[in-house]
Every structure is written in structure tokens, then in C-alpha cells.
Design a protein around this ligand. Structure first.
Ligand code: FMN
Length: 144
């Protein structure tokens, strides 16, 4: 079973979650900019991001561009995750981008709070968030 965690993270919140998932699965967590999306092969692909006012309250274009270059034939099932405000539905945006690319998307998604400039949701993702992320990844990849 080959699993891979990919993320776009401007202030580090989503990267922390990605790394917790990767530790739980014994696989790599890689920033989208480090990878050639078209060549990527994975049985379970975990894809995470967040929304930004600087991108019209949407996902980082580095993430949507990466997803748009994935080869759906090389990806088994993709699982969306995100950090941020609960109302942002960033994980839903990731899931919809994956589905629009023709990638099979797992029904379950993971989202947790992600602090914004230490003003909002300070300290998140915290240890509990990261444990929940790890548990989600194990469950989704069938390793629970
Ligand atoms: C520059 C910037 C703009 C943001 N704009 C929004 C926004 O428009 N709506 C929102 O719900 N969250 C917004 N957020 C909050 C982020 O989605 C949240 O902090 C997220 O956890 C950031 O993830 P990252 O640390 O992986 O980049 C913004 C954060 C930053 C840094």
C-alpha cells in the first residue's frame, strides 16, 4: 500500500497536520511545489490546504494547480483535509477539486482549526488536533 500526503501551507498549520498524518502512516509528507503531479502514483493520496483572503478566499493556486495536473489513473483514492476556520469548508473545496479532476475521493474528510496570526484559534492545530488527524489517516488508509 503506497500512501502519500501532499499539502500547500502558507503559515505552517496544514504542514503540521500533514506531517502528523505521514508519521501515522509511515509515509512522506511533501509540499505540492516539491512534486511532479503528473507523475505521482499513490494508492492513498491525502491532499490538504486552507483558504486565503489573498486568493479570493479560496485555496492556494499552488494546490489547485497541482490537483489539476494529477493523473487520475495513477491515484487510487484521495482524501481531502484542511485547517482554518470551521466555516471555511476548505476540505470541501479540496475534495471538489480532486473530484473535478476525475480522482476517486474518499467520503470522509478531515478538518481542524488552524491559527491565524496568533489572533484567532491560537495554538491550533494542537496535540489533540494532530492525534485526530493521525487517527483519520490510519482509518482512511485502512490501518486503524
Ligand atoms: C494571509 C491569510 C489570509 C487568510 N484568509 C482567510 C480567509 O479569507 N478566510 C478564512 O476562512 N481563513 C483565512 N485565513 C486563515 C487560514 O485559512 C488558516 O489560518 C489556515 O489554517 C492556514 O493554513 P496554513 O498555516 O497551512 O497556511 C487566512 C490566513 C492567512 C495567513
Amino acid at each position: 500500500m503506497k500512501a502519500l500526503v501532499v499539502y500547500a501551507s502558507q503559515t505552517g498549520n496544514t504542514r503540521k497536520v500533514a506531517e502528523a498524518m505521514a508519521r501515522a502512516l509511515g509515509c512522506e509528507a511533501r509540499a505540492v511545489g516539491e512534486l511532479d503531479a503528473a507523475a505521482l502514483e499513490a494508492e492513498s493520496l491525502f491532499a490538504g490546504g486552507a483558504v486565503y483572503a489573498t486568493h479570493d478566499h479560496g485555496l492556494d493556486p499552488a494546490l489547485t494547480g497541482f490537483i489539476a495536473r494529477l493523473d487520475p489513473r495513477k491515484v487510487g483514492t484521495a482524501y481531502a483535509f484542511s485547517t482554518g476556520f470551521e466555516r471555511s469548508d476548505a476540505s470541501g473545496l479540496v475534495a471538489r477539486a480532486l473530484a473535478a479532476r476525475g480522482v476517486a475521493v474518499g467520503r470522509e474528510r478531515f478538518a481542524c482549526k488552524g491559527q491565524l496570526f496568533k489572533l484567532f484559534m491560537r495554538g491550533h492545530p494542537d496535540a489533540r488536533d494532530l492525534e485526530a488527524a493521525a487517527a483519520f489517516a490510519r482509518r482512511a488508509a485502512g490501518q486503524a
